[in-house]
Design a protein around this ligand. Structure first.
Ligand code: HEM
Length: 486
């Protein structure tokens, strides 16, 4: 008995000493950092300041109001508690840059629980380290390559013009939905070369079921949204898995000298071909990622296209200038009989300014969420391990210090600013390690859509408004009536 007592006493002494040493070390490491903790309020127990946050996402107000109010009370970096998490919000370009650059791998992505469940551990949106770097650069290099852009341009053009041709016979067009049909079929072609037909329709249906689970209660049992969404993902993984296996068989069967010759046709091929070095991507990782890449691609780009039409509807001067530039290209092409190249679209300078201004003002991804995996000090602020950090891209895009009259749609401002993707004050596609690999494809699709839309139709839009929660969209899906330009 005596013996056991001594063992217990010794254990208590050892554990407490370790505890004290670790605690001291931690306190010392925090003390060594001279920065301050961000000020702010966590609001009500459990709900925090969530109601305020959600309310500012509806109607005439904007999420910006939530940010601005706290910025004026506590400074440009503040703490709050929203959507079930205590968070540190940055509304500063310099601070956002450090968070996105992520030197020293301090931050990992932080998503709500339902999104966590829906995406695999090996999803590009969640993975970190070497595997993430490899996947990101394989996808980015492929989508950025001039060969890919030349190959995809006629396909995008066909998809846009075929769909546009059906509009003149429709009394009303809900632009947000119509555009989704165009961009989804292009995305699926980019990812795995699936063309129009039954397979595409099936994939579209399953995908729509799948994304319903992205923003829902994280409850998973038969009948719940999350359950149905996970089941749809399982079916999609099988479908995409079959396509990838077939591709790999074709790759293996082809003559060795033919293997890898020429450019990859789609993302699947780019991933299969360049997968010889460690860390290797399993077939399961590739098929999961093909599906997960549809998430950022599916929602963002159609919203950007819809928003560009919304802003142009209310900016007749900008529309007139855009029309003039695009009519001139159309005339040149008709005269020469030459096909459009991707460089023709991208060299329309005013059109590029309209696109930059749309991305700045629409704030489609208005903030980026991260979690700190170690204590860190940034720009004088202490961010403890485990803290959630929100880099508000919108606050920077709408700051009068960065843009004159930031609420105005003014494509001309880019003639002075220059459309610089690397500018810290313009980050619609994020930045650093996770800079959107679909950036150039998105700008190209937007340019092609705008060219054919404005040179084919005039339109009238019914009254509508932008809402910002849970994602940016038009409340009534932007109903328009079109009339062909003779
Ligand atoms: C206007 C359209 C788009 C906008 C505004 C946009 C915005 C963004 C932003 C802000 C991020 C960074 C997220 C973060 O740091 O956590 C991102 C990442 C990503 N985007 Fe886009 N995106 C667009 C279109 C696309 C398209 C068309 C694709 C697919 C072809 C795509 C694929 C991705 C992927 C795979 C990532 C994750 C990259 C990584 O974590 O390494 N995006 N996007």
């Amino acid at each position: 008995m005596e013996y056991w007592k001594w063992i217990i006493v010794m254990m208590v002494v050892i554990i407490s000493s370790v505890w004290v040493v670790i605690g001291k070390k931690k306190r010392k490491s925090i003390k060594l950092m001279k920065g301050k903790s961000p000020k702010g309020s966590k609001g009500w127990p459990f709900v925090g300041e969530t109601f305020d946050f959600i309310a500012s996402g509806y109607g005439a107000s904007q999420p910006l109001i939530f940010m601005e109010k706290r910025k004026s009370l506590y400074g440009s970096v503040f703490k709050t508690s929203i959507l079930g998490s205590d968070v540190i919000v940055s509304t500063e370009a310099e601070m956002n840059k450090v968070i996105l650059q992520n030197q020293g791998n301090v931050f990992i992505p932080a998503y709500p629980k339902s999104i966590h469940e829906l995406m695999g551990e090996n999803s590009i949106l969640q993975m970190n380290g070497n595997l993430h770097r490899k996947l990101h650069s394989l996808i980015g290099n492929f989508l950025r390559s001039p060969l890919f852009k030349s190959r995809i341009t006629p396909h995008i053009q066909r998809s846009v013009t075929h769909r546009l041709a059906t509009w003149h016979s429709q009394p009303i067009i809900y632009l947000q939905d119509e555009v989704k049909n165009i961009t989804f079929s292009i995305l699926v072609n980019v990812l795995m070369s699936i063309g129009p037909g039954e397979e595409l329709e099936l994939l579209k249906r399953e995908f729509q079921e799948f994304i319903k689970g992205l923003i829902c209660l994280p409850i998973n049992f038969p009948g719940t949204t999350l359950y149905k969404s996970l089941k749809a993902k399982e079916r999609m993984v099988k479908m995409v898995g079959r396509i990838i296996e077939e591709r790999q068989r074709q790759n293996n069967n082809s003559e060795s000298e033919e293997k890898g010759a020429g450019a990859a046709n789609d993302v699947v091929e780019a991933l299969l071909r360049d997968n010889n070095e460690e860390p290797k991507l399993s077939l399961e990782t590739i098929s999961g990622n093909i599906i997960e890449m549809m998430i950022p691609g599916e929602e963002t780009l159609p919203t950007a296209i819809t928003m560009s039409v919304h802003f142009l509807t209310h900016s007749p001067l900008a529309l007139a200038k855009l029309l003039e530039e695009n009519m001139e290209l159309k005339r040149q092409k008709a005269e020469s009989g030459n096909a459009y190249a991707w460089t023709d679209y991208m060299s329309l300078s005013f059109t590029q300014n309209v696109i930059s201004e749309t991305l700045r003002l629409a704030n489609i991804v208005n903030a980026i969420w991260r979690k700190a995996v170690k204590d860190v000090e940034i720009k004088g602020y202490l961010i403890p391990k485990g803290a959630c950090v929100v880099a508000s891209l919108m606050s920077v895009h709408m700051d009068t210090m960065n843009y004159e009259n930031p609420f105005e749609f003014d494509p001309w401002r880019w003639e002075k600013n220059g459309a610089v993707a690397s500018n810290n004050r313009f980050t619609p596609f994020g930045g650093g390690q996770r800079l959107c690999p679909g950036l150039e494809l998105s700008r190209l699709e937007l340019s092609i859509f705008l060219h054919h839309f404005v040179t084919t139709y005039r339109w009238e839009a019914e009254k509508d408004e932008i809402i910002y929660f849970p994602t940016v969209k038009m409340r009534r899906k932007l109903p328009i009536r079109v009339k062909a330009i003779n």
